[in-house]
Design a protein around this ligand. Structure first.
Ligand code: ADP
Ligand code: MG
Ligand code: MG
Ligand code: MG
Length: 416
């Protein structure tokens, strides 16, 4: 397999091509009995579920172009290598939150991993009005553990620099984030699209100097602040859930960047789920109750993040930025706690700003989200999207003014 030229898998070639892998046959049974179905709903890659008599696995393969656009947008297969490296690290930093990886072939850009079931994509669960009681705790801890343990507070110099150099190679996907998040939505770029009724709002956004400055400053934070290894694409479509479990998938955009980026991306997608509710849930009571559950979940994710980050700060500061000589070793616990508070304030400010950018790019840029896209009534969709954009502007421009996450709830309530 490794020595033949790269070739995309098809449902009817998977058994022929992968049937010799013990990593698969030992888990699911002999290839002659496999059933294969393609389930990829993402923007970029092929994903197959392969089922045998003894079980099932997922096979993910990168294509040499962006699936959402087609062969006219070539994209390096290397992203599969970086995804695999990132999945291993994130999985070690928060054991149990990522699918187990069984096999990787760099040349064919193929990963074989645990088939998550009965999990569904969180975005779909939210659109169906489901509640997940463990979600906030598991995601809050996931964020704290992966983001802290990949940072200078936890990693020593040699390993950290080597890792930074390795992930600098994921340049193509990092470049996509730079453009798609921070630049495209704020000018008339050919890749963009928006609901036509937003034309006037879009014209105003592209003339909004304060907003463009915020996007520019946040882009500089994203590019210039290598605080930790990010997942890099942590929206509600990269999380799979069921009643008792939460998992994170799809780490191909992994890059070193600011801690607030993953947090802000995730929170923005929860907040957009709230803004889409008038188009998805016609019942007033239900809508209000579900809005409250999503907002509570967003707040709990942040609060758990702070709690777990604080715990790790006190117990696992073993890296370049250990700082124990300055504080604990001199019995200066207050100094250490002040440093922690300053860090958390900075992370929060970044997260709020990145959330504002994520909202803009999902309504004005290339990659839209089904919460809004499935609202058939165009006037209603435009209205939901417009409110989200107004919130996004405040989050991006006034990111320094949100002293607590509760203020975001006030902002959202004001726009309803
Ligand atoms: P892409 O990079 O193309 O977005 P994803 O990794 O997000 O690919 O996978 C696309 C879809 O395949 C997911 O939305 C999910 O429905 C399904 N999927 C991916 N990985 C798994 C898995 N380990 N178990 C079950 N389903 C999965
Ligand atoms: Mg995906
Ligand atoms: Mg749209
Ligand atoms: Mg992906």
């Amino acid at each position: 397999l490794t020595h033949s030229p790269y070739e995309p898998l098809q449902a009817d070639t998977v058994a022929d091509r992968l049937g010799g892998l013990p990593q698969m046959t030992e888990r699911i049974g002999p290839a002659a009995q496999w059933r294969v179905c393609e389930v990829g709903d993402g923007n970029l890659n092929l994903v197959f579920i392969v089922e045998g008599p003894a079980g099932s696995v997922v096979v993910k393969q990168a294509l040499p172009y962006a699936r959402v656009v087609g062969e006219s947008w070539p994209m390096s297969l290397d992203r599969s290598f970086f995804e695999h490296e990132a999945m291993l690290r994130l999985g070690r930093r928060d054991p149990g939150r990522l699918p187990e990886i069984y096999y990787f072939d760099r040349h064919q850009a193929i990963q074989v991993m645990e088939h998550l079931r009965p999990h569904v994509i969180l975005r779909k669960g939210l659109m169906a009005g489901e509640r997940y009681p463990l979600l906030a705790g598991q995601l809050g801890r996931y964020l704290a553990r992966t983001l802290f343990r990949g940072s200078d507070w936890a990693m020593e110099t040699a390993r950290r620099k080597a890792d930074l150099a390795l992930f600098a190679g994921n340049v193509e996907l990092c470049g996509i984030t730079e453009d798609l998040f921070f630049t495209d939505p704020f000018h008339d770029c050919a890749r963009n699209s928006h609901t036509p009724a937003l034309d006037r709002a879009v014209t105003a956004i592209r003339a909004d100097r304060d907003l463009k400055l915020a996007a520019f400053e946040l882009k500089a934070r994203f590019c210039g602040s290598a605080q930790t290894l990010l997942h890099g694409d942590l929206h509600t479509g990269s999380i799979m859930v069921c009643a008792g479990d939460t998992r994170v998938i799809d780490a191909e955009f992994a890059t070193y960047g600011p801690i607030g980026f993953d947090i802000g991306s995730l929170l923005a997608n929860l907040w957009m789920a709230v803004f889409a509710l008038p188009g998805l849930q016609p019942d007033n009571e239900e809508r209000r109750a579900y809005r409250d559950w999503i907002l509570d979940t967003a707040e709990a994710i942040w609060n758990v993040f702070v709690e777990e980050f604080t715990r790790l700060w006190r117990r696992e500061r073993t890296g370049i930025l250990g700082g124990r000589e300055l504080f604990e070793d001199q019995a200066d616990a207050i100094g250490s706690e002040l440093a922690l508070n300053t860090m958390i304030e900075g992370i929060w400010r970044d997260a709020v700003g990145f959330a504002g950018i994520e909202i803009h790019r999902r309504i004005l840029g290339l990659a839209h989200i089904p919460e809004f896209e499935t609202i058939a009534d165009e006037a209603l969709r435009a209205c939901c999207e417009h409110r989200a954009l107004m919130a996004g502007r405040v989050l991006a421009v006034e990111r320094g003014r949100f002293a607590a996450i509760g203020q975001v709830r006030t902002l959202i309530a004001r726009l309803e």
